[in-house]
Design a protein around this ligand. Structure first.
Ligand SMILES: CCCCCCCC(=O)SCCNC(=O)CCNC(=O)[C@H](O)C(C)(C)COP(=O)(O)OP(=O)(O)OC[C@H]1O[C@@H](n2cnc3c(N)ncnc32)[C@H](O)[C@@H]1OP(=O)(O)O
Length: 155
């Protein structure tokens, strides 16, 4: 387990292959998300190959960071609401029902991005998460994700 004890470190191995957040996917982003009070935070440094316009990050990367940060936040929020440890069973696993992203400013490729999430609503199997992406003091993207608990018969 990572020193920071991220939400994603608690995903069972059989659902830890996601391109955005799976610790078992060597080609993926392998994001790591933690609580910061009532918010959640992920730190991610894009690589030169994440380019869109030279010097700036590809929008699909930004969207996928918002996506997996938010589904991880949804799972953690559900455990927190239930007063349960993230390793306890049955596992709360969330998939994306809806992903909305507003690209507010170009996101520079130089340096770390800070992704912050806030739970807007928890209702039944659904969690709505608002997430921002910031480079330094500048918020470059804002997203909203409807995360839905993964049905047992997913697929
Ligand atoms: C597990 C670790 C991996 C992490 C994944 C990381 C993120 C991903 O990339 S996941 C892959 C992309 N997503 C998918 O493939 C999901 C495909 N879609 C599905 O399987 C289904 O449509 C699914 C599960 C989202 C919802 O279906 P279902 O379980 O039948 O939901 P349902 O019972 O109708 O709705 C539950 C609630 O969610 C809401 N909801 C469902 N879909 C949406 C949607 N597209 N937009 C907005 N709200 C939605 C419903 O309105 C309902 O809300 P309310 O209770 O307020 O009425």
């Amino acid at each position: 387990m990572d020193a920071i004890d991220a939400f994603q470190d608690h995903y069972p191995d059989n659902v830890a292959h996601c391109y955005g957040c799976g610790s078992q996917n060597p080609h993926g982003h392998q994001i790591k998300t933690v609580w910061d009070g009532d918010e959640t935070v992920t730190r991610f440094t894009p690589e030169p190959y994440h380019t869109s316009v030279p010097g700036y990050a590809y929008g699909g990367l930004i969207a996928s960071l918002i996506d997996c940060h938010s589904t991880g936040t949804a799972a953690a929020a559900m455990y927190r609401q239930a007063g349960r440890d993230m390793d306890s069973l049955p596992a709360f696993r969330f998939v994306t029902g809806s992903l909305h992203v507003d690209f507010l400013k170009p996101t520079p490729l130089a340096g770390e991005l800070v992704i912050r999430g806030r739970v807007k609503e928890i209702k039944g199997r659904k969690v709505v998460v608002e997430t921002t992406v910031s480079a330094g003091d500048v918020t470059t993207a804002r997203g909203e994700v409807v995360a839905v608990q993964m049905p047992e018969n997913f697929g």
